[in-house]
Design a protein. Structure first.
Length: 244
């Protein structure tokens, strides 16, 4: 199955070559790598131009969600995965994912584990495949980096574009819709590494604020009967935390 790897980028020269090489190291023939750059002024463009297999565009955009939408429209693969410019795949993941989709015909999304790496430590994140778990964002069991999930093209075609005005929790916005509607298949393989050096976007925002609003707005619109359950679980979570 053809895999489309989609990478939004802006001034990513510090680490984008690591991401590109992690795709090439898959030794998987049927793939495409698309990088949609927001008009970088560092050495990102000169690095990407070293790799003629990459479909590349660099132009002003409206932020990460806009770049992600643009990359998807440029893609043609049966399987979609987003690779942030500062992250990487572990070797052999594409073959693992292809095998899981081939042997589990009903799977719409394949979710794996993830390494979260900082300068001080490396932690293993194990996402859940249950909708009721991932909207409890404080449990940190939603797939918190797109390197850890691959999905059939029809999933994004059904859900539609990532919201242009949300550049902080659009991944969870997408996952909430996907988990509610599609068949999620979880495997225990580690798919990739989520790097956090203290300067990337995730490390410099108040993540909980954006996650909370994303879940709340999703439930209000798509699943209002679950709002009381959500707030009850949130209360229990805060109560448990206060006793630690």
């Amino acid at each position: 199955m053809k895999i489309s790897v989609l990478t939004p980028s802006f001034n990513s020269g510090k680490y984008i070559e690591r991401a590109i090489e992690s795709v090439l190291l898959q030794n998987y023939d049927d793939f495409e790598h698309i990088i949609t750059d927001g008009g970088s002024t560092d050495d990102t463009i000169s690095i990407v131009e070293k790799y003629p297999h990459i479909k590349f565009v660099s132009e002003a955009d409206k932020g990460q969600s806009d770049a992600m939408n643009k990359a998807f429209k440029m893609s043609s693969g049966e399987i979609i995965v987003y690779l942030n410019a500062d992250d990487e795949f572990l070797p052999g993941v594409f073959n693992t994912v292809n095998g899981e989709f081939s042997s589990n015909g009903s799977a719409d999304m394949v979710v794996g584990n993830l390494l979260f790496k900082t300068d001080e430590e490396t932690l293993t994140r194990i996402p859940s495949n249950k909708y009721s778990h991932i909207f409890q964002y404080w449990l940190n069991v939603f797939p918190n980096n797109p390197v850890s999930y691959f999905y059939k093209r029809k999933v994004q075609e059904s859900i539609g574009d990532f919201p242009i005005d949300d550049h902080f929790a659009m991944d969870l916005w997408f996952l909430l819709k996907a988990y509610r509607k599609f068949n999620i298949h979880k495997v225990e393989s580690i798919f990739g590494i989520f790097h956090s050096d203290g300067t990337n976007k995730t490390a410099t925002i108040e993540t909980g604020y954006y996650l909370h609003n994303t879940v709340k707005n999703h439930l209000k619109k798509d699943n209002p009967f679950l709002l009381p359950y959500f707030y009850f679980k949130l209360f229990l979570g805060k109560l448990k935390q206060s006793k630690i």
